[in-house]
Design a protein around this ligand. Structure first.
Ligand SMILES: NC(=O)c1ccc[n+]([C@@H]2O[C@H](COP(=O)([O-])OP(=O)(O)OC[C@H]3O[C@@H](n4cnc5c(N)ncnc54)[C@H](O)[C@@H]3O)[C@@H](O)[C@H]2O)c1
Length: 263
């Protein structure tokens, strides 16, 4: 028995959406460090290229709310890298789409849901078609949020992440017989603004444009682990969910949140 082999992703191919920056870039780096070949996509194509360069990955520009572009991007991953074993649905937006319900416009609602929910569905569907046809099983990791079960940044975002969480469970049920594990990774407050080191409690003001930012700052000040998370904390958990460490885990909602959900 060699536990190092349990996290070895050599021979696996992953696709990470929204990987130009923040949590997605860290997840792409973590999967590559564990041995996977990684395709990174983002609506920001130049940013995706920067991440890909660091990990010798395949970069592509992709807006996840464009269903035919999603189909093409995942097919290209399988063609150019040899298969598609791991999909990480990370692309998501929050700042600029939330706030008090009476101030949310139809456009804010539709735009956020087209990325956070439609995008996850399109990517899951495209990956399921490829994985089922290949017959080798696979892993789908949907990036949800603690806000899925503990609302706090507004109905638009909180609702979208609850939808992602239930989509995850429904797909775990449906795709389990095909050997495809589907799990939700739920980040807590993760500092993606600048640099790698998150500020300690009390040093971080609400992020610019953060909906209902006072609530977020107040909760962070009471976090059991006492500080913001770094993007690589999510990268480590993604390696767990992508690897044989989690062979018997599907339909799970895994908070990686410094204890946020205890509050
Ligand atoms: N940072 C946190 O505290 C936190 C907490 C919980 C959940 N999350 C979730 O983690 C994920 C990553 O967030 P982050 O904090 O790293 O944010 P981020 O803004 O740093 O990264 C998000 C990435 O998604 C890309 N993107 C936006 N719209 C897109 C689209 N239509 N198609 C493809 N790519 C698109 C952006 O260009 C960006 O590179 C999101 O789903 C977010 O909801 C973040």
């Amino acid at each position: 028995m060699n536990p190092a082999e349990w996290i070895d992703l050599s021979g696996k191919v992953a696709h990470v959406t929204g990987a130009a920056h923040g949590i997605g870039a860290a997840i792409a780096e973590a999967l590559a460090a564990a041995g996977a070949k990684v395709a990174v996509s983002d609506v920001n194509g130049e940013g995706a290229a920067r991440t890909a360069e660091k990990i010798d990955g395949l970069a592509m520009q992709l807006d996840v709310s464009d269903r035919s572009a999603v189909d093409a991007a995942l097919a290209r991953t399988a063609e150019e890298l040899g298969s598609l074993d791991i999909l990480v649905n990370n692309a998501g937006v929050y700042i600029g789409y939330g706030g008090p319900v009476c101030e949310i416009t139809d456009d804010m609602w539709r735009t956020l849901w087209s990325i956070n929910v439609d995008g996850v569905f399109y990517c899951c569907r495209a990956a399921a078609r490829i994985m089922i046809e290949a017959g080798k099983g696979g892993r789908i990791i949907n990036i949800a949020s603690t806000q899925a079960v503990s609302p706090g940044v507004g109905v638009t975002y909180d609702g979208s992440k609850a939808a992602v969480t239930q989509i995850t469970r429904a797909l775990a049920l449906e795709l389990g017989p095909h050997g495809i594990n589907v799990n939700a990774l739920a980040p807590g407050p993760t500092w993606v603004q600048e640099g790698d080191a998150p500020p300690m409690t009390g040093e971080a003001p609400p992020r610019s444009g953060e909906p209902l930012g006072d609530t977020v700052a107040d909760r962070i000040s009471r976090l059991p682990l006492g500080h913001w998370g770094a993007p690589m904390e999510q990268g480590k958990a993604a390696v767990f969910l992508a690897s044989s460490m989690s062979d018997f885990v599907t339909g799970a909602y895994l908070p990686v949140d410094g204890g946020w959900l205890t509050l």
